[in-house]
Design a protein around this ligand. Structure first.
Ligand SMILES: [Fe+2]
Length: 282
């Protein structure tokens, strides 16, 4: 029987990064939960894995990966899944998430989140693979919308229709990255609110927030900056649409001190509570 506390996730969490291990160990900050980049924890005996084991009794965690490559045409990587399952058994995350994209082909891992053509045929393919992963996990996979910089000629539906179709066919859950919606809306000139309001609120398990860089010709999802004003505004609308779900601050490049991440999580919490109180009062 498990000796770990319930992995119940609430409030505004922070992505766990090795740069902050010492601070977390010394200060035991009042963070409601951490999300770990599960691909970095798959090898047993590493500093990362031992740190996650060490803090797990004090903090609930979620898994967030890029290695499933759910959109690839090659068979799912069984060795990867096996390691993920072992890690899952050890750390008991609240859920396991990955991205609605592909990252590898012909055995080569790009380490990039490459978007998909949005067609029913592709939705069938993805849903079939999500079902296989869910069978292995014994629970629903949580799938995240990615930001993108190109579109495929074969695409014959909106990204939001495609996401709904994949969820309908696989019964998976959704990790809604509000920053990714905004970045793609600017890059592809669609209305971010149309996308947001089309999301199935009852399937959203978690919201991501992050900062992008403005490259003049396009926005680049770098996770290297504070969350911007238009993304906070879209987040407020997301809370109105979805209600009370856990929110996570992602910061992966030019990583600041841990206290700065806590400030960002506090801002998210404040906006979330303002919007939730409006929902209660209407
Ligand atoms: Fe994200």
């Amino acid at each position: 029987m498990s000796t770990l506390p319930s992995p119940s996730i609430q409030g505004c969490g922070i992505g766990l990064r090795s740069q902050h291990f010492a601070t977390i160990e010394a200060q035991k900050p009042a963070v409601p939960w951490f999300e770990i980049l599960s691909d970095n924890y798959l090898i047993e005996g590493t500093v990362q894995r031992e740190f996650a084991q060490q803090i797990r009794p004090d903090y609930p965690i979620t898994f967030h990966g890029v290695g499933l490559s759910i959109g690839s045409v090659e068979p799912l990587n069984k060795e990867y899944l096996k390691r993920l399952l072992k890690l899952k058994k050890e750390l008991e995350p609240a859920w396991v998430s990955d991205h609605l994209c592909w990252t590898s082909a012909h055995g080569y891992n790009t380490h990039d989140l490459i978007p998909l053509p949005y067609t029913e045929h592709v939705a069938d393919h993805i849903a079939e693979r999500i079902l296989q992963v869910q069978d292995a996990l014994g629970e629903r996979l949580v799938i995240e919308n990615v930001s993108s910089y190109l579109q495929f000629k074969d695409t014959d539906m909106s990204e939001w229709d495609f996401i709904n179709l994949v969820i309908e066919k696989s019964d998976c859950n959704l990790l809604l990255d509000v920053n990714n919606i905004y970045v793609s809306a600017i890059n592809h000139q669609f209305n971010a609110e149309d996308y947001l309001l089309a999301m199935p609120a009852d399937k959203v398990k978690e919201i991501h927030l992050a900062g992008y860089e403005d490259k003049d010709t396009h926005l680049l999802d770098t996770h290297s900056r504070p969350v911007t004003k238009p993304v906070w505004d879209l987040f407020a609308k997301a809370v109105q649409h979805i209600g009370d779900v856990p929110v996570l601050i992602e910061w992966d490049n030019d990583i600041p001190e841990f206290s700065r991440l806590m400030q960002e999580a506090d801002t998210a919490k404040k906006i979330q509570q303002e919007q939730l109180s409006k929902l209660v009062n209407t």
